[in-house]
Write a protein that binds this ligand. Structure first.
Ligand SMILES: Cc1ncc(COP(=O)(O)O)c(C=O)c1O
Length: 381
């Protein structure tokens, strides 16, 4: 029997059949180095990048497809944004929900004496109240960084309300959309977002090695990497025009071709279907856990304010043990532990063993959840 994969918050699996076909076909026929002033194959590869940028810009209601910067993953996007923006003396506000891809670069900049940092806490249900952000802002605050949805609790953050506060203050807002892009509508204009970091390999259904950063009109980033851009070669320095300013070197055009096909697949689904589908599967699991009565479920359960990612723990069994038994004895893939988000686990009192995280994806079914609950009944009694 194939593995029952319930770890889509880490990366989506499987990908749509069309993505596999595209990767195979593109690698065999079109895998040239994109270049604006070159041969036909190079132009075809360039076109693939261009079309994917266009789709992503449309999805975010962005202010130009050149503002979509291709990266390796969400971590890469977050690093490019934070390190490209922050300078000596800046103050940053972030939260205890953040993944280490936000926390570690910021903590390293604190240790280097570059920035000062305020980390605010989510409330007991896992939501950061906009007012909590407001009171943390100082005249030196350049940036607020917040996850759009917690990768531990699934709780969606009120980034639109936070965007209004941050904009009024004159600072910039960077959201980590690792768990929301492709699932929850993101409108950078309505939500007043300046920077949006996201992976291509989760809900957008692209291959690993893909991600992007949306750079809004108010955000001016230093190039973190300089090199060839396929054009403008006489320029002594990195071109200042986007996306080339932030994209030196050969891009992952194969990955982007797969990503574009994943987005096409997603765009063919009814709006909101993925969000509803994943939440319905989580509700089925919640009902089972509530019925058992001996597990702790983390985060509030209002389906309109959470994505389909659920964390729970059991008083008698460590989460890593539950995850290991599910894997080895039942071929069920979930994610136990700290999920690279230590601060929220500390707040929940679940560090260092963490929780069991279950994250269904677009191809999971109710049978997958039933297989999981049957296995949990055998393990936990
Ligand atoms: C909230 C959050 N931010 C950032 C990341 C890092 O994403 P990537 O693995 O694409 O670098 C993850 C990965 O799981 C995540 O859940």
């Amino acid at each position: 029997m194939p593995v029952t994969y319930l770890d889509n918050a880490a990366t989506s699996f499987p990908k749509p059949e069309a993505v596999y076909q595209k990767l195979d076909q593109f690698a065999r026929v079109n895998l040239a180095n994109p270049g604006r002033t070159s041969h036909k194959m190079a132009l075809t590869a360039e076109q693939e990048l261009h079309q994917c940028r266009h789709l992503l810009n449309q999805m975010l209601n962005g202010e130009g497809s050149e503002r979509i910067i291709f990266t390796m993953n969400c971590t890469d996007s977050l690093n490019i944004a934070m390190k490209g923006l922050l300078q000596a003396g800046d103050h940053v506000v972030t939260t205890n929900l953040e993944h280490n891809s936000v926390s570690r670069p910021l903590e390293a900049m604190v240790d280097a004496g570059t920035i000062s940092l305020t980390r605010v806490n989510a409330d007991a249900g896992g939501t950061v109240l906009p007012e909590t952000i407001r009171v943390a802002l100082t005249p030196k605050t350049k940036l607020v960084v917040i996850t759009h949805a917690s990768n531990v609790l699934g709780t969606v953050q009120p980034v639109g309300d936070i965007g209004e506060i941050v904009r009024q203050h004159g600072a910039l807002l960077l959201i980590d959309a690792a768990q929301t892009v492709g699932v929850i509508p993101i409108d950078v204009r309505a939500m007043q977002l300046d920077l949006v970091a996201f992976p291509g390999h989760k809900a957008l259904l692209g291959p690993t090695g893909t991600g992007a950063l949306y750079v809004g009109l108010r955000a001016h980033l230093h190039a973190w990497r300089e090199g060839g851009t396929g054009g403008d070669s006489m320029s002594r320095l990195q071109p200042t025009e986007l996306p080339f300013h932030l994209e030196g070197g050969t891009p992952n055009v194969l990955g982007v071709a797969g990503l574009r096909t994943g987005i096409d697949f997603l765009n063919q689904q009814p709006v909101g279907k993925l969000w509803q589908h994943e939440n319905d599967l989580v509700v089925r699991l919640v009902e089972y856990l509530k019925q058992r009565g001996d597990c702790t479920i983390y985060g509030h359960l209002d389906g309109s304010k959470r994505v389909g990612t659920l964390s729970f723990s059991h008083p008698a069994y460590d989460s890593p043990d539950i995850g290991a038994i599910l894997d080895t004895s039942f071929d069920i893939a979930v994610r136990p532990g700290l999920h690279c988000s230590p601060y929220i686990h500390r707040s929940l009192g679940t560090a260092p063993k963490g929780t069991v995280r279950v994250s269904p994806g677009i191809f999971n079914t109710t049978e997958d959840i039933d297989r999981l609950t049957e296995a949990l009944s055998q393990i936990l009694g």
